[in-house]
Design a protein around this ligand. Structure first.
Ligand SMILES: Nc1nc2c(ncn2[C@@H]2O[C@H](COP(=O)(O)OP(=O)(O)OP(=O)(O)O)[C@@H](O)[C@H]2O)c(=O)[nH]1
Ligand SMILES: [Zn+2]
Length: 292
């Protein structure tokens, strides 16, 4: 049978097989010899040992589409990052850092601004404008009221998505909305839907529906930029791309150079000042890193 590794704890891997359920599996010695460590998100073949006890052995790991380091996961199609518009106020530095780390790993991002009920139309318009050319899909919702959830569900369908976001923004509320209709059918899997409130959470996939999985990722507070040369930072801001080859100087970093088209676009309001300011801040941060 073929399934997906939902979580790994203490040498056991929990493999979900659609229509069949969750199997507790051990990895056979061959993986250890090959130095291949099974990952959450891996598509695997299992041999069932006992159908009553739902136990089995991992016998094969299918070729990975990708392998994320932060968080540790395989075959991730996209990221859903949730921020609330209010309570707590969005930390844009954190969001912009997150977008860079995802861009580095070539993971498309959906930005979901939650708690629209606490915000005005203008605030939403500003957020939409700030991120319209960031390369991300931007959606708005009020999870507590179930508003805007269907668009999120549609974006998740058929994909494996990692979910991230600071504390208190509404991740659990979103998850509850999304999985509400399905708790009946998925039976034991619905048990897994309850998010742990413990500090040491393991990365774990949740089955949402056919071919649709969501990973609730622990840890978000510190997003240290690494493995980026300051000269390359501009490539992580897709809104700069249209101007990339039009600046006066080759290799323009869009900060102090004269004849910079990015700065011109900024002045004309075509690039978000908030995003640009963070670009400058991160650039300086990377420049300082190099000196140590
Ligand atoms: N006004 C309003 N409140 C919301 C909305 N969604 C969630 N909340 C509230 O925000 C608080 C935090 O929501 P959670 O879903 O627990 O947030 P979380 O991101 O899972 O938080 P952590 O578990 O700390 O990571 C709760 O009191 C929710 O009721 C919303 O759309 N509008
Ligand atoms: Zn420039």
């Amino acid at each position: 049978m073929t399934g997906k590794i939902m979580k790994g704890i203490g040498g056991f891997y929990y493999v979900y097989v659609e229509q069949q359920g969750l199997y507790e599996c051990r990895a056979r010695g061959i993986f250890r010899n090959k130095k291949m460590k099974p990952n959450v998100g891996d598509v695997v073949d299992i041999d069932v040992l006992s159908e009553e006890e739902k136990t089995g052995n991992l016998v094969k790991i299918h070729k990975r589409k990708n392998q994320l380091i932060r968080p540790m996961a395989s075959n991730v199609d996209q990221a859903l990052v949730i921020f609330s518009i209010h309570e707590p106020e969005p930390n844009f530095h954190l969001l912009n850092r997150f977008l860079i780390t995802m861009e580095q790993q070539e993971i498309p991002v959906i930005i979901c601004f939650n708690k629209t009920d606490l915000s005005t139309e203008q605030q939403q318009e500003q957020l939409r404008k700030d991120y319209e050319n960031s390369g991300c899909i931007v959606v708005f919702q009020a999870a507590a009221k179930g508003e805007g959830i269907t668009q999120v569900e549609e974006l998740l369908r058929g994909k494996t998505t990692i979910m991230a976001g600071p504390s208190g923004v509404g991740k659990s509320s979103t998850l509850n909305c999304i999985s509400k209709d399905r708790q009946m059918e998925t039976g034991e899997v619905s048990e897994k839907i309850k998010r742990g409130k413990h500090t040491t959470r393991h990365s774990e996939l949740i089955y949402i529906g056919e071919d649709t999985y969501l990973m609730d990722t622990p840890g978000f507070s510190s997003l240290f930029l690494e493995n980026i040369e300051k000269e390359d930072l501009k490539y992580y801001f897709p809104e700069f791309t249209p101007y990339e080859n039009t600046c006066k100087f080759n290799g323009c970093c869009h900060i102090h150079e004269p004849g910079c088209e990015v700065k011109k676009a900024l002045e004309e309001g075509k690039i978000s000042k908030m995003r640009y300011d963070d670009y400058c801040m991160f650039y300086e941060e990377l420049a300082q890193q190099k000196k140590w």
